[in-house]
Design a protein around this ligand. Structure first.
Ligand code: ZN
Length: 81
């Protein structure tokens, strides 16, 4: 199973839990489109929908259009000066 990278704080909704669209249990996690879903449930959905449209970022496959990883961080060592 491909693991998603949801490190961005935008995936955590501080306003509270909503029912996960996959398992129905409460979760503070949100997809990129604001859909309430556990990260593991999103990964499971991706696994069960291998033919779903893909989300690409600069040529890299980050998952499905519905549930995909955050784009790689840009703030590396270069550019600090
Ligand atoms: Zn869930």
């Amino acid at each position: 199973m491909a693991l998603l990278n949801w490190r961005s704080s935008s995936h955590f909704d501080h306003s509270g839990d909503c029912p996960c669209t996959q398992c129905g249990r409460p979760t503070p996690m949100r997809s990129h489109t604001g859909e309430p879903v556990h990260k593991v449930c999103a990964e499971d959905w991706n696994d069960r929908n291998p033919n779903s449209p893909r989300h690409e970022h600069e040529g890299r496959d980050l998952g499905t259009a519905r549930f995909h990883s955050d784009p790689p961080s840009k703030n590396r060592k270069d550019g600090a000066r």
